[in-house]
Design a binder for this molecule. Structure first.
Ligand code: ZN
Length: 73
């Protein structure tokens, strides 16, 4: 994910506050604060934006396995 243009927050507290402000609860458009190792700071974004997040990646792989298994039986 390219986060060069994202706003950089110095700590989780500020990023959390910004994430709440950026979230649109009526549209289920929720943002979360996450630490960026590249910029050594915090960003806000959508949970599914974590293309470099190993946990999210695992879920994607699991979902892929599930659908291919269910394809024919
Ligand atoms: Zn970053």
């Amino acid at each position: 994910m390219n986060c060069d243009n994202k706003i950089k927050y110095p700590n989780k507290k500020e990023a959390d506050i910004a994430a709440v402000h950026n979230s649109n609860t009526t549209k289920q458009d929720l943002q979360v604060a996450y630490k960026c190792n590249k910029h050594q700071c915090w960003h806000t974004g959508h949970p599914k934006d974590y293309s470099d997040n190993p946990v999210a990646r695992i879920y994607q792989i699991l979902d892929g396995n599930k659908s291919s298994k269910n394809r024919k039986k």
